[in-house]
Design a protein around this ligand. Structure first.
Ligand SMILES: Nc1nc2c(ncn2[C@@H]2O[C@H](COP(=O)(O)OP(=O)(O)OP(=O)(O)O)[C@@H](O)[C@H]2O)c(=O)[nH]1
Ligand SMILES: [Mg+2]
Length: 423
């Protein structure tokens, strides 16, 4: 039986610490609280539960469930949120014992995503993730009952109510997948066009709230939404990036990462994450003013590894240095000599960063002399579209080009049997 139906949602947070947990309690608790606050809920209390072996029926031990029940009954709360993922049975059983809605970590993050989805792709991806999450949970009445009352876990992106009919959901999932496929195809066409034109792709990556969008705005003079709420950016936004008159580049801002990113989300955001494969360089934005920055940096690196882009040229951008003392910055510079230190907010270090992007892109380029005989003139167009031409001379039987070209593009010319000499 469900009770306590006030409009305001007040939450009791349950932070389950498993044996294998590497992060300290305080850090997990702070991040958990920020996530919940991002959904607009009020936090009444946060309870820590140690766990050795997950219980199949309740996830946590039965004794602890009873303890929590007493706590919930004596509180103002009308929702319990776990910072772990619960399966259908566990969630239903816990909800029955507590008598109030019980939400897990995936659902919490999905709610934030639903609130922040604005681009068409973001909206489709979030709805898909929500429906994929709900479908296997529609077997019984437990979760359905609790979802009908409104509040956390009931809203789809764009403030519409989530569908709860099994067959309608299945059809909708098929539709959403088709629409996302269309977007992917369109993006593929755009990418091919850019590739032909020799445009470099620089992608921002990093933990949620690191300052990716703020940096994006500073680098491209745009005005995308920046906010202290987590997961503000969901779809991918691109703008042209002017770093040098001879280099065509675009900068892409995208969804942030979080420690233990739920697998449902990774799958639904696959198209967005796959885009990173096509980047020429990654700018990993790190909030160095966060005392746990090292752990956040590591968890991003782990996800980059999972996506398979860990060996891409990467610039570590240590952001938010305006919050640090000169002494601290110098200590960081010593420890991380390859990193660049900026304040996206105060716009310091931006020109140095552009220079570093330019140099990093250049490292992937070769300066060569190419000779095109009269029977090879068809390739003139290719040169104009795919590389930077530094100088041209025309001789009796051939044209000679001094060019800067991406290593991969040079392979194409080699295959055509063109005379190429390193500068
Ligand atoms: N003081 C200071 N604040 C910053 C800086 N860069 C970003 N911020 C703040 O940090 C918060 C998060 O910034 P965003 O740019 O939205 O972060 P994000 O990485 O895009 O976050 P998501 O899109 O949510 O993943 C905002 O409140 C920004 O104003 C900086 O260099 N200095
Ligand atoms: Mg952002």
């Amino acid at each position: 039986m469900l009770h306590k139906t006030t409009n305001k949602e007040i939450a009791i947070l349950v932070l389950v610490i498993e044996n294998t947990e590497e992060w300290p309690f305080e850090q997990l608790a702070e991040e958990f609280r920020s996530l919940v606050i991002s959904t607009g809920l009020e936090v009444e209390d946060i309870i820590r539960v140690k766990l050795r072996i997950p219980n199949p029926a309740f996830f946590i031990g039965k004794g602890k469930v009873q303890e929590l029940k007493e706590f919930v009954l004596a509180s103002q709360a009308n929702v319990v949120i776990f910072n772990s993922n619960l399966n259908y049975t566990q969630q239903k059983n816990l909800e029955e014992v507590f008598g109030i809605k019980t939400v897990d970590r995936t659902q919490l993050i999905l709610d934030i995503f639903a609130k922040h989805a604005h681009t068409s792709e973001g909206i489709l991806q979030v709805e898909l993730a929500q429906l994929n999450y709900m479908l296997p949970r529609l077997r019984g009445k437990g979760i359905m009952l609790s979802r009908l009352g409104g509040g956390i876990g009931t809203l789809g992106p764009g403030e519409k109510k989530l569908e709860v009919d099994r067959r309608v959901i299945s059809d909708r999932i098929t539709r959403l997948n088709k629409e996302l496929e269309q977007i992917k195809l369109h993006r593929g066409v755009m990418r091919k066009k850019r590739e032909k034109e020799g445009v470099h792709i620089c992608s921002l990556v990093g933990y949620t709230n690191a300052g990716k969008t703020t940096l994006f705005n500073s680098l491209t003079e745009s005005d995308q939404i920046e906010s202290s709420e987590m997961f503000t950016t969901l779809g991918t936004v691109t703008r042209s990036l002017s770093i040098h008159k001879n280099i065509k580049a675009i900068l892409a801002d995208t969804v942030g990462f979080i420690y233990k990113l739920p697998i449902n989300l990774v799958q639904s955001f696959k198209a967005t994450l796959e885009e990173l494969q096509f980047a020429d360089i990654l700018l990993h934005v790190i909030d160095v003013s966060n005392e746990n920055f090292f752990k956040l940096k590591k968890s991003v690196e782990l996800i980059l590894h999972d996506i398979g882009v860990e060996s891409k040229p990467t610039i570590n951008v240590f952001n938010q240095i305006d919050k640090l003392s000169e002494q601290d910055i110098n200590a960081f510079r010593k420890d991380y000599p390859e990193a660049i230190f900026v304040s996206a907010y105060k716009k310091t270090g931006i020109e140095e960063l552009k220079l570093l992007i330019h140099n990093t892109l250049n490292a992937d380029m070769l300066d060569v002399i190419v000779r095109l005989g009269f029977n090879q003139m068809g390739l003139t167009n290719y040169l104009h579209k795919n590389c930077e031409i530094l100088k041209t001379t025309y001789q009796e039987n051939e044209s000679v080009y001094w060019i800067k070209i991406k290593k991969a593009k040079l392979e194409y010319l080699k295959k055509k049997g063109i005379s190429i000499k390193n500068l």
